[in-house]
Design a protein. Structure first.
Length: 502
């Protein structure tokens, strides 16, 4: 999957066999360097402005008019899957429109070097059909269609870093929902930077049921989660139960982050026919926080606390996005923290958490004898479980070295306080530096060097033994030296406070 945030398709299936996944980050970074914009460079002049006409009832065809100002290129492109379904690409020439030349997967129009207005149509139904209704590409859900915005926004190639606005006109009251950053209160106009189109938030057109959930935000404001139950599918869970489930899951992130991690997110619920659990989830966040969860239409409300996917995805919103690196860290953090958040809320037991870690983390070790570090491996086991093992071991060491005064939780909170939510791009180095600074240790930089860069193995068995994690079916061994760390990890509080508990 191309996006940096998640991508559990195959994974969710694997996990159906009950597995876990992912891990975290640290960094130092002044607020200004906490984003990926080219530092100390004047931003180029220019802008892109899109006017999008949502499909009429019964249609899946989008009509787009785009004005590129100062693109300094004659090439226009879009993800390859979308190319065959772009129709009637024309450029405004005075009062008329003329056809734009296409070569291969791109269009060429000289006037775009300075300023041009092009128009085109894209059939999202044909696109979805051609790419197997993948959520990453386009999916038909009854008469509705869901896709990332990048699937239908043709743009100059290569991109410069310019502001983008997208205005959506919905004819005849046609419904749409998008995670793109609102530019104003109209709910029709959105704004982000051109580089954010790497992800382009999820957007749905067509029939859907909508509701809004308030979560604890930056005081005194609330955070808002706009939920779109896409299409007209019915679920075993009534909408009220879906709403409660999302609200509960959102609240699981609050004790860790101090609030729901973003001010606004849009969450799309998509049906999985005949399934009784969540089968897939994904976050696209750079152009605005959006989450998709593919929910079994036979999933009962009573199963919601057993689901890990929604908690995993919502956790992602609280950590920065990496560009072209560090997927093992982002997924590792989410894989490590999802069971902890559920355990801290009483949805899972301590024994279940460590049983899962003991069973699954060996998968993240990579092939025996291999010297490739986490940074150099790109298999799913490494990305999810290798990353989670790194985060687990780092958390234990930080707690041990600081005698329980600091933990990986502090690193997460500090990065979010400095603006590092999923809508921002940071580097792994940013996180590692901040983590060392916040914890007053060199745990993260040392571990990064040993395990991510050099490929040294983490001794999971010794780690588990030191925490008092014993064989399945037996009570944890509280006589072990780091048993207090084990309890602190699961309870999410200072170990002294745990010790004082009756
Ligand atoms: Zn993920």
């Amino acid at each position: 999957m191309s996006a940096m945030q998640c991508g559990l398709r195959a994974w969710a299936r694997v996990r159906t066999g009950r597995i876990a996944r992912r891990a975290a980050l640290p960094l130092l970074v002044l607020a200004t360097s906490a984003c990926y914009r080219p530092a100390n460079e004047a931003r180029p002049h220019g802008s892109w402005a899109y006017a999008v006409e949502a499909p009429k009832a019964g249609s899946r065809v989008l009509t787009v008019e785009a004005t590129f100002d100062g693109a300094r290129t004659e090439r226009l492109g879009i993800p390859r899957d979308s190319v065959p379904w772009i129709r009637g690409m024309k450029v405004r020439a005075g009062d008329a429109w003329r056809t734009v030349e296409r070569r291969g997967n791109e269009w060429f129009e000289r006037s775009c070097n300075w300023r041009c207005t092009v128009s085109y149509e894209i059939d999202l139904g044909e696109l979805a059909n051609s790419c197997g209704d993948e959520v990453d590409c386009a999916r038909r859900i009854g008469d509705a269609t869901l896709s990332p915005a990048l699937a239908w926004l043709v743009h100059p190639v290569p991109r410069t870093d310019v502001p983008v606005t997208v205005r959506v006109h919905a004819p005849d009251g046609a419904a749409f929902a998008t995670g793109m950053h609102p530019a104003d209160q109209s709910n029709r106009s959105f704004a982000f930077r051109s580089f954010d189109l790497d992800e382009g938030s999820f957007t749905a057109f067509g029939p859907m049921r909508r509701f809004t959930i308030d979560a604890p935000g930056r005081p005194p404001a609330s955070a808002r989660i706009d939920v779109a139950v896409v299409g007209d599918a019915r679920y075993a869970m009534p909408d009220a139960a879906i709403r409660s489930w999302i609200e509960e899951a959102a609240n699981l992130t609050v004790p860790l982050f101090g609030r729901f991690p973003v001010d606004r997110a849009t969450l799309f619920v998509v049906p999985a026919k005949g399934e009784d659990e969540v089968v897939f989830g994904k976050v696209l966040s750079l152009a605005g926080a959006s989450v998709v969860v593919v929910v079994g239409d036979k999933m009962e409300a009573s199963a919601r606390h057993k689901d890990w996917v929604l908690v995993h995805e919502l956790f992602h919103l609280g950590f920065p996005t990496f560009r072209g690196e560090g997927r093992w860290l982002g997924e590792g953090l989410a894989t490590y923290y999802e069971p902890l958040l559920r355990a801290r809320a009483g949805w899972a037991t301590e024994a279940e958490v460590f049983r899962q870690f003991a069973r699954n983390m060996p998968r993240g070790q990579g092939p025996r004898g291999s010297s490739a570090g986490l940074s150099a491996r790109d298999d799913l086991d490494t990305i999810y479980w290798g990353g989670a093992l790194f985060c687990f071991a780092a958390d234990v060491r930080i707690r041990e070295e600081t005698r329980g005064k600091k933990s990986l939780d502090d690193v997460l909170r500090a990065s979010l306080e400095r603006g590092g939510d999923a809508t921002r791009v940071w580097t792994v180095r940013d996180v590692v530096s901040l983590g060392d600074a916040v914890t007053g240790t060199t745990v993260l930089s040392e571990m990064y060097e040993r395990h991510a860069a050099r490929g040294e193995r983490i001794d999971l068995e010794s780690l588990l033994a030191s925490l008092g994690v014993v064989q399945e079916g037996r009570e944890a061994d509280d006589s072990r030296p780091l048993a207090w760390v084990r309890r602190g990890i699961v309870h999410g509080v200072h170990p002294d406070a745990v010790a004082r508990r009756p």
